[in-house]
Design a protein around this ligand. Structure first.
Ligand code: SIN
Ligand code: MN
Length: 206
């Protein structure tokens, strides 16, 4: 673990894009670790604050986990079942320590699963208290069409296909850009036996 490529990132509107950062072996190790996360904290279908069911399923690892329902978007110290969130997998922490900080670990690793037809609308990640820490994103499994807009709502956007093993760092001026996933190419990767896309986002929350 921690044997990562030294390539410098591409830049997409201030987001650092590390294509193929995790090799196949690392991706498979991460999927195995995520099985333990999901066993302890099963995926659930959150609702937006307007009561609409999201198409992605999600869970979290870490000190706190992100939840959404009619009470709004927030971090909670426990899974909706009442159980503690499981620890963030070591492989995820290794990527964070390599690309973001080796002195401060993330509080939350949100795990999103996109099945066939799932998508995520343009949004900002702004439920954290401190935006000086970047958000780190790891993509696994099927390809996803990631769209990036601007800090303000509206305006032109740019899109990029994220493939398994790609890592993004959204920090600095890009910390609050609008972003979302328009669609996935279901079945484009064999990493996940039942297909689909996993995205992990690590955040410092407090
Ligand atoms: C997110 O914004 O939480 C997920 C982004 C992605 O799935 O790539
Ligand atoms: Mn987001």
């Amino acid at each position: 673990m921690g044997n990562f490529p030294a390539n410098s990132p591409q830049n997409l509107r201030g987001i650092d894009v590390y294509k193929a950062f995790l090799d196949t072996q690392a991706q498979m190790g991460l999927v195995a670790a995520l099985r333990d996360v999901v066993a302890a904290a099963p995926m659930f279908h959150p609702e937006t604050r307007f009561g609409k069911q999201m198409s992605v399923r999600m869970t979290s690892a870490g000190r706190v986990g992100w939840v959404s329902d009619r009470r709004g978007y927030r971090y909670e110290p426990r899974h909706p079942s009442g159980a503690d969130w499981p620890p963030i997998p070591e492989m995820v922490l290794a990527v964070w320590r390599h690309l973001v900080s080796d002195t401060r670990d993330p509080d939350c690793c949100l795990v999103n699963y996109y099945g066939e037809g799932a998508r995520m609308g343009l949004h900002q990640d702004r439920d954290e208290a401190d935006f000086s820490w970047p958000v780190l994103s790891i993509s696994l499994g099927d390809e996803g069409l990631f769209r990036v807009g601007n800090v303000e709502r509206g305006g032109k956007t740019e899109s990029l296909w994220l493939t398994s093993g790609d890592v993004l760092v959204m920090g600095g001026d890009a910390r609050l850009v609008h972003h979302g996933v328009d669609r996935i190419r279901f079945g484009s990767s064999t990493l996940l036996p039942r297909g689909g896309r996993l995205n992990l986002t690590c955040r410092v929350v407090t």
